[in-house]
Design a protein around this ligand. Structure first.
Ligand code: 5GP
Ligand code: MG
Ligand code: MG
Length: 179
């Protein structure tokens, strides 16, 4: 890691505490129902693993992989399905689990794609949200942290596939991505 990291933005302890709080709200919302957690690969793996263990609501998990960003830090605006869900979500209570909402392009596309499959309900829980997301009219029910408009890594989030395994969320030193 060394000097690649500029600073720790959110510690592991802060993430744990936040997810515990979100899990309580999610349990209250889905009381008496079953949940289908849909994680968006690869960024959401850590959030999914921790949130899924924090909720008490019976839950199954499925995964989707989409691409909206390349190896760099800019949104391409193009969303492609790299891996679709294994299960049918019709009549299920679906909760999309996301790492971060930046432009909101990926999420608004996901919401209309999954929405067209006839789920009983469709909501979103994201660990992080950036200010640009406010420009897109999307309803995100649960947000962990609103963060400044900086490129972050760790806790599932990568830069060119690196840093996903950091247990915290941090910002990269500009020299790492040529900034
Ligand atoms: P959006 O479509 O909302 O602009 O971005 C969606 C995806 O872009 C996220 O799921 C994530 O994979 C990637 N992304 C957006 N902002 C960041 C960031 O600050 N750091 C990293 N590592 N990925 C980001
Ligand atoms: Mg994501
Ligand atoms: Mg990425």
């Amino acid at each position: 890691m060394g000097t690649d990291l500029k600073k720790v933005l959110i510690t592991k302890e802060e993430i744990d505490a936040k997810l515990a709080g979100l899990a309580e709200q999610i349990d209250a919302e889905y009381a008496g129902r079953e949940l289908l957690l849909v994680g968006v690969l690869k960024g959401a793996v850590m959030v999914m693993a921790d949130l899924a263990r924090a909720v008490r609501t019976p839950a199954t998990m499925d995964w989707m992989a989409v691409s909206s960003y390349g190896a760099g830090t800019q949104s391409s605006g193009v969303v492609r399905i790299l891996k679709d869900l294994d299960t049918d979500i019709q009549d299920k209570h679906v909760l999309i689990v996301e790492d971060i909402i930046d432009s909101g392009l990926t999420l608004s596309w996901l919401l209309s794609n999954l929405g067209s499959r006839g789920p009983a309900s469709l909501e979103v829980c994201t660990l992080l949200r950036k200010p640009d997301a406010a420009k897109v009219a999307i309803d995100v029910k649960w947000v962990g942290f609103d963060i400044p408009n900086e490129f972050v890594v760790g806790y599932g989030l990568d830069y060119a596939e690196k840093y996903r395994n950091l247990p915290f969320v941090g910002t990269l030193a500009p020299h790492v991505y040529g900034g």
